[in-house]
Design a protein around this ligand. Structure first.
Ligand SMILES: C[S@@+](CC[C@H](N)C(=O)[O-])C[C@H]1O[C@@H](n2cnc3c(N)ncnc32)[C@H](O)[C@@H]1O
Ligand SMILES: Nc1nc2[nH]cc(C(=O)O)c2c(=O)[nH]1
Ligand code: SF4
Ligand SMILES: [Mg+2]
Length: 230
């Protein structure tokens, strides 16, 4: 959250109540399901503090029960949409197992946006997808084998010329840190970092395109920002 959020530990709860920042119907803007209608459930709190984080996840007092949250999702989800994206903050910080299980039982697809720094016992299911955007030098060993695809946030001048992936800390500006590399054989997306400056953003976008073409990664933009939607 713009680099000024408390770093909150993983919770040990029964998952029957969750701290939710917002629930909204939109188009998935990034990576594997980009362009697809999706209901986003943004959870509160994060265990990390990326100085360039573009999201508010600390300003909500909404703590719905499981039934209330599922009803809320269904109230904003048209029949044409079967994709639920759970993000945050860091969604694996809370026990989302009962919530994910309910969504899968409804026949929905569930995609989780995670930094890969925490693990959580979640069902093995063909309609459950983990998109990992690494922020730390190591991934949690429990989550690494579950990751469907990797999405690296890239800024010009902050990548390794050998593989085009980040070598600067996400937590402390101007500090070197070799961000965890993808699991062998995984799909890799590169996404330009939004530095809140049109010049720099353009440079990051062009660097992303160069890296994708050099190393065979897939470029993804933050399409929702181009569209001016949430
Ligand atoms: C706000 S995070 C929440 C999920 C999880 N904590 C994570 O980092 O993947 C959602 C996505 O936004 C990306 N993101 C955050 N700030 C960004 C920025 N300034 N520019 C581009 N992507 C950003 C993250 O890398 C992540 O892929
Ligand atoms: N439309 C839209 N797509 C997204 N994909 C990942 C997002 C996130 O913040 O996790 C996000 C988001 O915030 N909005
Ligand atoms: S891990 Fe994700 S939510 Fe947490 S500060 Fe970093 S980008 Fe923001
Ligand atoms: Mg976002």
């Amino acid at each position: 959250m713009y680099g000024n959020n408390p770093m909150r530990p993983q919770e040990d709860s029964d998952g029957q109540k969750l701290w939710v920042q917002e629930v909204f119907y939109t188009l998935q803007g990034e990576a594997i399901f980009a362009g697809q209608p999706a209901v986003f459930v943004r959870l509160g709190g994060c265990n990390l503090r990326c100085y360039w984080c573009d999201t508010d996840f600390e300003s909500s007092t909404y703590n719905p029960s499981l039934d209330e949250l599922v009803a809320h999702v269904e109230s904003v989800r048209p029949a044409v949409c079967d994709l639920i994206v759970i993000t945050g903050g860091e969604p694996l910080r809370q026990n989302i197992n009962p919530f994910v299980t309910r969504l899968l039982e409804k026949g929905l697809r569930v995609q989780i946006e995670t930094s890969g720094s925490l693990n959580l016992d979640l069902p093995e299911h063909p309609r459950l997808f983990f998109l990992c955007s690494p922020k730390t030098t190591k991934l949690h060993p429990g989550i690494a084998p579950r990751i469907s695809a990797f999405k690296y946030v890239v800024a010009l001048g902050e990548t390794d010329p050998q593989d085009g992936l980040p070598v600067m800390s996400t937590q402390k500006r101007d500090m070197a840190a070799r961000i965890a590399r993808p699991v062998e054989g995984s799909r890799v997306y590169v996404m330009p970092r939004d530095d809140q400056d049109p010049e720099r953003n353009r440079a990051n976008m062009q660097e992303c395109a160069r890296i994708a073409m050099t190393f065979g990664y897939t470029l993804t933009l933050q399409t929702h920002k181009l569209l001016g939607i949430n």
